[in-house]
Ligand binder design. Structure first.
Ligand code: ATP
Ligand code: MG
Length: 308
């Protein structure tokens, strides 16, 4: 669906994008993650045929960006990071204007516009001037616009920026739904946690270079290979810690404010032995839970570790 090989963009001596090689299949929701200036927008603009690369190849549904830009534009929906809306246009007129540009005519046009408005939860603003929308609503209108011609491939440059928490959740659900419809979606973001539950694949990019490309679960396993369990006992916490420490599945136990942070040996994720071990030693278990992987720290650790 989307395939690139050694895609590179140079501005003078600066490699805005350095030999990007990725492959996305139908139904893939790809999180393209990296800090400011990483090259996300550059890559997406190249794929949208709006920017010429310095070298390298990119195809969308088999069409090359070099000689089939018209075909590609018909197949994709590109939502840029910033876009303006026109004065003196109602929300619905704004969409109809673009629908007309996509040659959606007759009664189908109005129907399609109403449909995408509904999809992004903006029907209640259909008759409001487009310029009167809040930033988050404008963002949703932008998404509605790229869905008009029912594109197979969506290139969304930071679609969640400026959205409030509620709208972020809605956006995530919408993206999931679009993925389930078999569309190929590439979404850029600064932050990994934001995309974690939507994407099946992620690419982490920094200074033009793709540092990681693949499955999200494997990425997490890489950043945090050991499962950590938080355990509390009613009393005799030191005895409990010693007890757990001597278990073969336990790598180490840390004591923090009366709570045990039990790190299991790599590859072990079954911690059901913990209550058994404690109870057998006559200890009373009061709490047991797996420590959640903090994606934010994981991401920082990963980029630091890889670029160092
Ligand atoms: N027209 C240009 N001329 C010179 N340098 C440019 C140009 N466009 C982009 N760059 C540089 O290319 C690099 C990548 O920029 P890009 O916009 O792709 O980053 P990004 O990952 O989208 O960042 P952000 O998260 O801030 O949107 C940056 O160092 C940027 O300054
Ligand atoms: Mg950008």
């Amino acid at each position: 669906m989307i395939e690139t090989r050694d895609l590179t963009k140079k501005y003078g001596d600066l490699y805005a994008l350095n030999r990007l090689t990725i492959k996305l299949e139908p139904g893939d929701v790809y999180g393209f993650i990296g800090p400011n200036g990483a090259g996300k927008t550059t890559a997406m603009r190249i794929l949208a045929t709006l920017l010429a690369p310095s070298w390298g190849e990119a195809t969308i549904c088999g069409y090359s960006i070099y000689n089939k830009p018209r075909e590609i534009r018909r197949l994709i929906g590109y939502m840029p990071d910033f876009f303006g809306v026109y004065d003196d246009m109602k929300v619905i007129e704004y969409l109809e204007f673009f629908a007309a540009a996509y040659r959606i005519n007759g009664p189908a046009r109005r129907k399609k516009c109403e449909e995408v408005l509904e999809l992004v939860n903006l029907t209640f603003k259909r008759d409001a001037p487009a310029t009167s929308l809040s930033r988050g609503m404008t963002q949703r209108l932008g998404l509605a616009r790229v869905l008009l011609h029912d594109p197979q491939v969506l290139l969304l440059d930071e679609p969640a920026s400026g959205l409030d928490p509620r709208a972020r959740i809605d956006m995530r659900q919408l993206l999931k739904r679009l993925g389930q419809m078999g569309k190929t979606i590439m979404i850029s973001s600064h932050i990994l946690p934001e995309l974690a539950d939507v994407c099946n694949k992620v690419g982490i990019i920094e200074r033009g270079v793709l540092l990681y490309d693949g499955n999200l679960r494997e990425l997490l396993a890489r950043v945090q290979p050991n499962c950590i369990v938080l355990v509390r006992v009613a009393e005799q916490v030191e005895k409990a810690a010693k007890c757990l420490e001597s278990h073969p599945q336990v790598q180490n136990v840390e004591l923090r404010d009366g709570e045990m942070r039990v790190q299991l040996v790599a590859g072990c994720s079954d911690y059901t032995f913990i209550p058994d071990v404690l109870v057998q030693s006559g200890l009373k278990l009061t709490m047991l839970k797996e420590e959640e992987v903090n994606l934010e720290t994981a991401f920082m650790r990963l980029t630091r570790g890889m670029t160092a």
